[in-house]
Design a protein around this ligand. Structure first.
Ligand SMILES: Cc1cc2nc3c(=O)[nH]c(=O)nc-3n(C[C@H](O)[C@H](O)[C@H](O)COP(=O)(O)OP(=O)(O)OC[C@H]3O[C@@H](n4cnc5c(N)ncnc54)[C@H](O)[C@@H]3O)c2cc1C
Length: 385
């Protein structure tokens, strides 16, 4: 049905693994707002969360296209990789900008699944999307930084051993460009929680293990600074291309799940003495969602190919994310409509996937901010902010 069969061995193996975690599993987790530990354990043991870690550090050393195939298949099976996808890419900042000693210390343990680095703290209540206005600051005190401030919507902190944290080390008005003066710290959550870091779960419309974080003079060793002080924003931006492409692949997986589910239902459900799928009013939205998804999938492939060739891919990553998130949301809307009242029944999994895929219009970057980036950086239109 779908044209894209890149990395067939990976897709088949992930699909088999996901077969052990059917709709009932995800429904139960969603209902109880529980972390899908069994699923994450199986993925970890299968080596799928360390595919991007180079072989010299114990990972599979695969490319981004392979990682996209893993995440797409999870979503396509009806699951939700949001519980652990960051374990795949958050380490990228450490890999690209960390010292050799930091890489030796952490990457093999991350690759082995002994250490979880799947929390990434950027968003704050007062700055929102305007990252250069973050207020969480780190002040040098001997061989430590003292971190104070607040973060919001930080996912998976309770299920992570380490967190990458973006902080201000020089005030915004003391640097020549607002993007300067921010730094990335690797926070050891096992030591930090209760010793300057308070974690408060934040319930959202989907089961995403999201939290609010409160820092009160948290001591972080200076040796946990990634790269150079003041250059953290560039490091974070670097990692965002991989994140956007991988999440775009998840959206393609979601869209394909919705399209398949709707097509099956439209063939089987009979009203007025014929399958509902015989009505063009039902057929056409399914066909349109398919067309939209296949087109978006091509942009995801293009962006990941550029990434893997180490070519600039910022706008392609943004476009892939926007098109794929739009395709998955359109497919979700179509699938729910195709199912009529049954689309709202929890046992069909559609309403859960509908809520889950809606996130990607907002996070990790909202559609408006992508459009703004394309308008000003690609098309040369005047900046609005
Ligand atoms: C479930 C969940 C999990 C998350 N996980 C993480 C995480 O692990 N780590 C992390 O750091 N963050 C995380 N986030 C935060 C997420 O990245 C932000 O919510 C998102 O970037 C938007 O920021 P905001 O909510 O502050 O919206 P705001 O910045 O307040 O924006 C609100 C709306 O206004 C629009 N807007 C704002 N400024 C402009 C403009 N100049 N032009 C046009 N439109 C504009 C935005 O597009 C948005 O639609 C998560 C969020 C959710 C909901």
């Amino acid at each position: 049905m779908f044209e894209d069969r890149t990395h067939p061995e990976i897709r088949d193996a992930v699909a088999r693994l996901c077969g052990d975690f059917p709709g009932e599993y995800w429904r139960e987790k969603d209902k109880k707002k529980e972390y899908p530990s069994e699923f994450v354990k199986a993925l970890t043991e299968g080596g799928y969360l360390s595919v991007l870690i180079p072989e010299q550090y114990g990972g599979a050393g695969m490319d981004l296209g392979s990682a996209c195939a893993v995440l797409e298949e999870i979503q396509r099976s009806g699951g939700n990789a949001g519980a652990c996808h960051a374990q795949m890419y958050t380490m990228g900042t450490l890999l690209r900008h960390g010292s050799e000693a930091q890489k030796q210390q952490y990457l093999p343990a991350i690759a082995a699944g002994e250490l979880r680095l799947q929390a990434f703290g950027v968003t704050e209540p007062s700055s929102g999307t305007d990252t250069t206005r973050i207020r969480t600051k780190a002040v040098r005190d001997g061989d430590h930084y003292l971190v104070s401030g607040q973060k919001v919507f930080i996912s998976r902190v309770e299920y992570s051993d380490l967190m990458l944290l973006l902080v201000r080390t020089t005030p915004r008005d003391a640097v020549d460009k607002p993007t300067r003066g921010m730094s990335v710290l690797l926070v050891d959550l096992r030591e930090a929680v209760g010793n300057g870091l308070t974690v408060r779960p934040l319930e959202t419309m989907l089961n995403h293990a999201t939290t609010e974080l409160f820092f009160d003079q948290l001591r972080v060793p200076v040796e946990n600074l990634i790269g150079e002080e003041g250059k953290g924003f560039t490091y974070i931006l670097d990692g965002m291309n991989a994140e956007r492409i991988l999440i775009a692949a998840e959206c393609i997986g979601d869209a394909r799940w919705f399209i398949e589910k709707a097509s099956d239902y439209a063939r089987e459900r009979e009203v007025f003495g014929r399958p509902i799928g015989k009505n063009q009013g039902v057929q056409f939205p399914i066909a349109r969602a398919y067309v939209q998804t296949e087109a978006a999938a091509q942009m995801v492939i293009k962006a990941s190919d550029l990434f893997d060739a180490e070519e600039p891919c910022g706008s392609q990553a943004n476009m892939a994310k926007l098109l794929a998130a739009d395709a998955s949301w359109a497919a979700a809307e179509m699938c729910l409509q195709t199912h009529g009242g049954y689309g709202f029944a929890i046992e069909y999994d559609i309403e859960r996937k509908f809520r889950e895929t809606r996130l990607y219009q907002v996070a990790p970057i909202s559609t408006n901010l992508i459009l703004s980036n394309i308008a000003t950086h690609v098309l040369g239109l005047p900046k609005s902010f």
